[in-house]
Write a protein that binds this ligand. Structure first.
Ligand SMILES: Cc1cc2nc3c(=O)[nH]c(=O)nc-3n(C[C@H](O)[C@H](O)[C@H](O)COP(=O)(O)OP(=O)(O)OC[C@H]3O[C@@H](n4cnc5c(N)ncnc54)[C@H](O)[C@@H]3O)c2cc1C
Length: 361
């Protein structure tokens, strides 16, 4: 395995996050090799299923540690890193899963968030040729944009980039710390809550969370908002950024506009409407945008394998094309760990069925 950090811990008798939970120990190999691209909840649970069916599984991930969002975005008080690593170590040591880390797999040229952590690149089509089947489980590593002036300044981070920077620091994988100062987090979902929470944990001077509706409509729920307030976060409801005022490449002020709620929109929640002339500015050191992520299949322009103009579509067997399958958030869009695990297990079962029936290559 490329990176052995944190793999030296002895495995306790009860493994906290056991991915190979369908069998007690490694079965004799059926000699069939399967690749999984993406070592998040989906990829790890698929690997767990397949090793229990006797497959030899190789995992590939662009990040320096396995676990996907569980390792690099979700706060450690919710999912302790040791629990993820115990499950990973169980797969590696007891079931022979090979982890190839810091390697991006792709067809065509394209860049997603955190690609800078990958040290190498492998062609998806070539890789699929080396295995009986390949599962794409690459999640959602691109954030939506606000489309506002000044958004690309150096101190404006997406939730994923922001959280991974804080986590890399906590993991001791990134030496240089960020000076957070006064942090403004934009959004009302769980990513926004996590970005605000982790800012406090990391020692921000002050944290403000701005949401365009009220806390009652926030996807994260009122309880989370109240909890943040108890931790000292200031919640600015019914406000939305209008532009970022940049000085020397860094946002110095965020201009916000007050909003009011109107008729329900397509989501069924009241539509936030800007109030003319209600603009006000606040001074910031760091901005975290947590307004949602989109799926990142490893297929980009210039790839002649598939055309994804209509998005990533799999059939009822999770098959994308030929011997390539896909599952998890990359197919469903942002979801939850439970759903990603279920997708990984279902896709792995289908792959096993089709291979067993000789329906792949
Ligand atoms: C901030 C945040 C907090 C969350 N909190 C919770 C929570 O508390 N509870 C909950 O149930 N869910 C939570 N979720 C959702 C949950 O994390 C996801 O639904 C789940 O982790 C998705 O699993 P996945 O394996 O499909 O994708 P991911 O976990 O994203 O894993 C995908 C993996 O693929 C790798 N990858 C991507 N592209 C490539 C490539 N081209 N080549 C190689 N590797 C690649 C990535 O590095 C990553 O390791 C949260 C999400 C976020 C963003």
């Amino acid at each position: 395995m490329g990176n052995n950090l944190l793999f030296h811990r002895p495995i306790p008798r009860l493994i906290a996050l056991k991915f190979a939970f369908l069998c007690r120990e490694r079965r004799s190999s059926n000699g069939i090799r399967v690749a999984i691209v993406g070592a998040g909840a989906t990829g790890l649970s698929a690997a767990g299923y397949l090793v229990c069916r006797g497959y030899e599984v190789d995992l590939y991930d662009k990040l320096p540690l396995p676990g996907g969002l569980m390792t690099f975005a979700i706060p450690k008080h919710r999912i302790p890193l040791e629990e993820v690593m115990e499950g990973v170590e169980d797969l590696r040591r007891n079931f022979g899963v090979e982890f190839n880390l810091s390697v991006k797999v792709s067809c065509g040229d394209g860049i997603d968030e955190c690609d800078d952590l990958a040290k190498g690149r492998i062609d998806l089509q070539e890789l699929s040729g080396d295995y009986k089947a390949l599962l794409v489980a690459t999640g959602t590593w691109k954030s939506r944009k606000l489309g506002l002036e000044g958004e690309d300044a150096r101190n404006v981070y997406t939730a994923i980039d922001y959280l991974r920077k804080l986590h890399l620091r906590i993991l001791g994988l990134e030496g240089e710390g960020m000076r957070l100062g006064r942090v403004l987090v934009i959004g009302g979902g769980l990513s926004a809550i996590d970005a605000a929470d982790e800012s406090i944990n990391y020692g921000a001077d002050e944290v403000l969370l701005v949401y365009r509706r009220t806390r009652k409509e926030a996807p994260a729920g009122e309880w989370e908002m109240r909890r943040l307030e108890e931790r000292g976060v200031k919640i600015l409801e019914l406000a939305s950024p209008k532009r970022f005022i940049v000085e020397n490449g860094l946002v110095k002020f965020v201009e916000l506009q007050r909003m009011m709620l109107s008729e329900p929109d397509e989501t069924g929640r009241p539509r936030p409407v800007p109030i003319e002339g209600s603009e006000f500015s606040i001074e910031v050191d760091t901005v975290g945008k947590a307004i949602g992520e989109v799926p990142t299949p490893p297929i980009y322009s210039g790839c002649n394998l598939l055309n994804l103009s209509d998005g990533l579509k799999v059939d009822q067997d999770f098959r994308l094309i030929g011997n390539i399958f896909a599952a998890g958030d990359v197919v469903t869009g942002p979801s939850k760990i439970g759903r990603a695990v279920k997708q990984g297990l279902q896709a792995a079962r289908k792959m096993d069925e089709l291979i067993s029936k000789g329906k792949i290559g």
